[in-house]
Ligand binder design. Structure first.
Ligand SMILES: NC(=O)c1ccc[n+]([C@@H]2O[C@H](COP(=O)([O-])OP(=O)(O)OC[C@H]3O[C@@H](n4cnc5c(N)ncnc54)[C@H](O)[C@@H]3O)[C@@H](O)[C@H]2O)c1
Length: 334
């Protein structure tokens, strides 16, 4: 859809709503409305952060839609990072059994990952994305201008997901850095889009996108119990190191790949505020087991036998998983 077509679609909608969070609203809400010619839109601003990606927030947005008489001809524009696009996609796909929504990602992570692929949802009782839907936005508008106000730490978080795309599908992306990421945004998004097109409902092929996420999620969950949480991308960067370490042990991956990645992993986590001594291996292992049992529908790890040669649903011995974490911490402290 061209920019003009999108503007025309919004002009014809019975009502336009723009959902965003308080940080993004401050920087970009008027600009977006001007850009899309929807200055009359109803603005819905929620609190920023994963803590608010909940049914409670969704409920408040639904009530606003109802009060403002949103109907099936209305459109919801989600302006923000992955928390806003996940929440907004969910809200739109349930309201009156589904209204149209547009994603306008404002973080790098959302531009290359979260805003694409039609998975929407909110967290429940400490488990991420437990309530959700599969529903695609009518359009994803990517404009790197939004990144001009993003912190370096959040930028690195998105770069980690781009590096992940590199390991599973496109070697060039393994070398993305803060200096060259812009030229690879569309390419990384395209990789996700192509994989999703082969398995929209996440039954098999889409599992590959979880490279680095199995242990990454457990470390992220652990960090959320401290005062110094990791960003999603930092956790994925650490999880990828473990996945590569396991791939060397179990799938014949050349050790050089792991050695080359080690300085990159340090670069991707250089703004982390959590002291590494705080990472409790036993607690992470417990969270991993808990996650597998309660939160995660997938079995096993995604490993690689070479760059661009992923293997999904790999079973790994618990002792080896533990060892990978111990080795990760050693390497971080070197
Ligand atoms: N649906 C999917 O396929 C998918 C994939 C990956 C991640 N996700 C989800 O995405 C979420 C993480 O997304 P995220 O990393 O974008 O985090 P986020 O949406 O929480 O944004 C991070 C922070 O940056 C701020 N921010 C956003 N854009 C900004 C801008 N342009 N300038 C200044 N500040 C800005 C936000 O207010 C927030 O404080 C998680 O909930 C994760 O589960 C979903």
């Amino acid at each position: 859809m061209t920019h003009d077509e999108l503007k025309a679609m919004l002009a014809e909608a019975s009502k336009v709503f723009v959902l965003t969070d308080a940080n993004v609203a401050m920087y970009w809400l008027p600009e977006l409305e001007h850009w899309l010619g929807c200055e009359q839109a109803v603005e819905v601003v929620v609190k920023a952060g994963e803590r608010y990606k909940t049914l409670g927030t969704a409920n408040r947005v639904w009530k606003t839609l109802l009060k403002q008489e949103a109907d099936r001809q209305s459109v919801l524009v989600n302006l923000g990072g992955g928390t806003v696009t996940d929440l907004g996609g969910f809200v739109a796909s349930c309201y009156q059994r589904g209204i149209r929504f547009v994603n306008v990602p404002t973080t790098l992570l959302a531009m290359v990952d979260a805003a694409i692929g039609g998975k929407n949802g909110v967290d429940l009782a400490g488990c991420k994305n437990q309530i959700g839907t599969f529903a695609e936005p009518v359009e994803v508008l990517v404009n790197p201008i939004f990144l001009s106000t993003l912190s370096d730490r959040e930028l690195l978080s998105g770069i980690a997901e781009m590096v992940k795309c590199g390991f599973i599908a496109d070697e060039d992306l393994v070398d993305v850095t803060v200096d060259n990421y812009e030229q690879y945004i569309l390419r990384a998004g395209r990789i996700k889009k192509d994989i999703v097109e082969q398995d929209f409902r996440d039954r098999n092929k889409r599992h590959v996108l979880n490279f680095g996420h199995t242990l990454g999620h457990a470390m992220e969950a652990f960090s959320l119990t401290t005062d110094t949480p990791l960003t999603h991308g930092e956790a994925v960067a650490l999880g990828m190191w473990c996945a590569l370490w396991l791939s060397v042990r179990q799938c014949g991956l050349h050790e050089e790949v792991l050695m080359d990645y080690t300085p990159k992993m340090k670069m991707l986590t250089e703004q982390t505020v959590m002291p590494w001594e705080e990472m409790d291996v036993d607690a992470v292992m417990r969270l991993l087991a808990y996650d597998k049992k309660r939160c995660d529908g997938h079995s096993g790890f995604v490993l690689i036998k070479a760059i661009e040669k992923p293997l999904v649903d790999q079973q790994v011995d618990e002792a080896l998983v533990r060892e990978s974490l111990v080795e990760l911490l050693k390497s971080l402290n070197e």
